[in-house]
Design a protein around this ligand. Structure first.
Ligand code: CMC
Length: 382
């Protein structure tokens, strides 16, 4: 059925990949065979990056060397920081600022590789991009707050260093571990829209900067990465209006609106990442004694479950709980999607490198529904 139209490419197989597998029927996610729950609880984000980029979990010595190489690439050229300042001063949105600054990074890359035909160079460039995105994001946030950017600390973990650069204070162990877990949970997820965007770009044998820049653009939309911010904005709105969360949901559905953080193209049951983040939120709420976001999210989920929405396959996705966790860590709402990008960049780079190894230009087609045999009329006769 070569001419069958699959809107949104739903369920269409376009490539083979060893990287991640999503079983949407049972709610399972694996990276290279390892269950996401084991990785989120047992491995650092750096270990997960190594796994995605090099095919196996590292030994302790391999991890040390890998993490040190990554940390050594955190500094960003002053010109990029100046651009970040200009973008912040102009009131640019964080995802748009990240997109611009990431694209600019290539000007300072010593590999100067303009194409994706050298897999080793792609991974070296990917390492630099992954190391520098947190520096860009933290600098952007600091400048917006009228503060000076904080230089990266190579002795801290990827997660810990980001929180340090954001706040100027070294994070406590619980914050660092929680944030690291969130990074691991977001690192890869099959051929989601942004990963596929990066792959399409990579399939032209363009460089990995182009792929990651395109991935950031795709992730910024409210149907993809933007939903985590939407969830938190809803929770804040409910809080500010003193509305019952269930009433908010009823009003939204009566008005034909969608509940952000619910539904997924692949998962027909609760997203396994949401299960882990909900547990984390519960731990954080119990230890701080502030259960507000937990109460709101639980009330919404319970109501929608009672309404049969979850049974219909519109269940909580990763974004439903990530915002509350980030809020507890003191991260501003409009930085949530950039944080998603900061983590997912690892997956984009892995997919671009994997696809380019046995590349085939991605070039689908559309069914033409426009007019036929239109008669051309010169402009001065129209
Ligand atoms: N709230 C209420 N109803 C919903 C929702 C929702 N969040 N999501 C889907 N539906 C309904 C939708 O109205 C439709 O109903 P009907 O058949 O009666 O018209 C049905 O479910 C199927 O919806 P769809 O748009 O065809 O499904 P899709 O596979 O294209 O959509 C989605 C997936 C994520 C775009 C959608 O569920 C959605 O808009 N969710 C809210 C935004 C969100 O949370 N996005 C984050 C996705 S997970 C993170 C990521 O991977 O980026």
């Amino acid at each position: 059925m070569a001419d069958e139209l699959k809107r949104g490419l739903e369920g269409v197989l376009v490539a083979e990949s060893d990287l991640s597998y999503v079983d949407g029927e049972v709610g399972k996610l694996v990276y290279r065979g390892y269950d996401i729950e084991d990785l989120a609880r047992g491995a650092s984000y750096e270990e997960v990056l190594y796994l995605l980029w090099h095919g196996s979990l590292p030994t302790a010595a391999e991890l040390d060397a890998f993490a040190a190489d990554l940390a050594a690439e955190r500094e960003v050229d002053d010109d990029v920081i100046e651009t970040v300042r200009a973008l912040a001063d102009a009131g640019e949105r964080p995802m748009a600022a990240l997109r611009t600054a990431t694209s600019m990074l290539s000007a300072y890359d010593p590999d100067d590789d303009e194409s994706g035909d050298d897999g080793e160079a792609t991974l070296r460039q990917g390492r630099r991009i992954t190391a520098k995105i947190p520096t860009i994001l933290a600098a952007f946030e600091r400048v917006r707050q009228g503060e000076e950017p904080v230089a990266p600390d190579p002795d801290l973990s990827h997660a810990g260093n980001f929180l340090y650069m954001l706040t100027g204070t070294e994070p406590d162990a619980v914050s660092e571990e929680t944030f690291d877990m969130a990074l691991t949970l977001h690192a890869d997820h099959g051929l989601n829209a942004s990963t596929f965007t990066a792959m399409v770009i990579g399939s032209t044998m363009a460089d990995v900067y182009s792929g990651v820049t395109g991935g950031i653009g795709a992730l910024s939309g409210p149907l993809h990465g933007g939903a985590n911010q939407d969830v938190m904005e809803v929770l804040h709105e409910i809080d500010a209006s003193s509305k019952d969360p269930v009433q908010w949901v009823k009003d939204t559905r009566d008005g034909g609106g969608r509940i952000p953080g619910f539904g997924h193209r692949v998962y027909k049951v609760k997203d396994p990442r949401a299960v882990i983040l909900e547990e984390k939120l519960r731990d954080l709420a119990e230890s701080s004694g502030d259960t507000k976001w937990l109460d709101y999210t639980t009330a919404i989920e319970e109501y929608l479950t009672d309404q049969g929405l979850v049974e219909k396959g519109i269940a909580p996705n990763v974004d439903f709980y990530s915002g509350s966790v980030y809020d507890t860590l003191g991260i501003p709402v409009d930085m949530y999607t950039p944080i998603f990008a900061m983590s997912r960049a690892g997956g984009w780079i892995a997919h671009v490198a994997e696809y380019q190894e046995d590349n085939r230009l991605i070039r689908p087609r559309a069914r033409y529904t426009g007019p036929e045999d239109a008669e051309f009329v010169p402009i001065d006769e129209r």
